[in-house]
Design a protein around this ligand. Structure first.
Ligand code: NAD
Length: 384
């Protein structure tokens, strides 16, 4: 949405992410250029894009102002990738807006600090993804897609053999057998990437609708006889009962040991990631096998014994990669997609040339924290 020429420009601050392991940046120069042409003023903390290979000079050429951290912090909107630490809220002022993949539901201290400071957050983790208007803002999807691709690359790098079948004068190598557990956005991208590398791929999910999506990528769908119907609200999976989970783990164990590479991506919104692969199942895998657990986090993961951001080789020679934040490992692509998502949110939060987070817009209303008092009803499709 173009800003009106006579209104002061809405300023957007881009910080260097505070977590040393986070290589993504919120806005990339190409998107900054577009926002500036539309009438926004963009202030970038020096070095903010360095880890994603976007130099300061590229931001300057796109029309941004480069400054120190305090200059970026003074902007009307602070755009970030992950939630700023609670201390940063002390540097913000009442009425300021923070937009990002904040996941405030899991970060109570930061959420309280922002609310106490009178700051309004636009949390992309709350985006109602089924609204077609929201698709350009869907950072969960753009980042899961990058992570799924990267998971396969990480697995291929850790695997001691080829992914494709290789016929050479020195003999024939069989293609790798890859199993992807959880075939949402990340899982389907992992399947597609493994197929392009020439592996033989199988996918499994508890949502029955995912079977056709798996097959459409040229992979086989694994059907468990014990598998419960696991579709939940809004296209997501539901949490299984203890009995269902035990039956699933037991039956999966019989399949997992036959695969060379297992990539797990299963999530249930607002719950701990389900354990799909037990330590016993990992112990039964062949030496040289690789497991990449995309669900690994401080809350646990899909694989018993996986450690977030660490690569563990078991006594049985199985490499278990706890892949917490794979999108950050492909920072240029992840940032480019994320920047487009954030720019779409910024446009939706501007009315008549002014920032307006009380705007009667179903997407903004769904991602606004705290909820707008003037219109407290959240959008029906919003995730809890
Ligand atoms: P997600 O990250 O919440 O979960 C990943 C996958 O894990 C899901 O496919 C889920 O079914 C699966 N899973 C959960 N528990 C499991 C278990 N015990 N065993 C096996 N698999 C399990 O999911 P997501 O990638 O965010 O996608 C969720 C849904 O949202 C999908 O139906 C997807 O197509 C849909 N979606 C729609 C849009 C849109 O309409 N624009 C955008 C993004 C995603």
């Amino acid at each position: 949405m173009a800003l009106t020429p006579d209104a002061p420009p809405v300023s957007v601050g881009v910080l260097r992410e505070h977590d040393a392991d986070e290589r993504r940046v919120t806005l990339v120069p190409e998107v900054v250029g577009r926002l500036v042409r539309e009438g926004f003023a963009v202030v970038v903390e020096r070095g903010a894009g360095e880890a994603a290979f976007f130099p300061d000079a590229a931001y300057e050429a796109a029309g941004a102002t480069l400054g120190d951290r305090s200059a970026a912090l003074a902007a009307d909107v602070l755009a970030c990738v992950r939630v700023p630490d609670a201390g940063l809220a002390l540097s913000l002022h009442r009425g300021q807006v923070v937009v990002g993949l904040l996941a405030l539901g899991g970060h109570a201290d930061q959420a309280d600090a922002l609310t106490d400071a009178g700051v309004v957050a636009l949390d992309l983790a709350l985006l109602p993804r089924t609204l077609s208007r929201a698709q350009t803002m869907d950072a969960l999807t753009s980042q899961a897609s990058v992570a799924g691709y990267r998971a396969t690359i990480v697995a291929a790098e850790a695997f001691g053999r080829f992914f494709p079948m290789m016929i050479t004068a020195a003999g024939t190598a069989k293609p790798a057998q890859v199993l992807v557990l959880g075939t949402g956005v990340a899982g389907l991208q992992a399947i597609g990437t493994a197929r392009r590398l020439g592996a033989q791929v199988t996918g499994y999910d508890i949502r029955p609708s995912s079977a056709d999506e798996v097959r459409s990528l040229g992979a086989t769908f694994l059907r468990l006889t014990s598998s419960p119907e696991g579709a939940g609200e809004g296209g997501y999976a539901r949490e299984l009962t203890d009995d269902e989970r035990a039956a699933q783990q037991t039956e999966l164990a019989g399949h997992v040991a036959k695969f060379d590479v297992v990539i797990t991506t299963a999530q249930v919104p607002g719950r701990r990631p389900p354990v799909l692969v037990t330590a016993e199942t990992v112990a039964a895998m062949r030496p040289g096998s690789v497991v990449v657990d995309l669900g690994a986090s401080d809350l646990g993961g899909n694989v018993e014994g996986s450690v977030p951001d660490e690569r563990v080789v078991t006594p049985g020679g199985v490499t278990v990669v706890g892949a917490g934040n794979l999108a950050s490992e492909l920072p240029t692509a992840a940032s480019s997609a994320y920047a487009r998502n954030v720019a779409a949110v910024l446009r939706a939060a501007v009315r008549d040339g002014r920032l307006d987070v009380d705007v009667d817009d179903d997407v903004i209303r769904a991602i606004r924290v705290p909820a707008a008092t003037s219109n407290p009803a959240p959008a029906e499709e919003a995730r809890a």
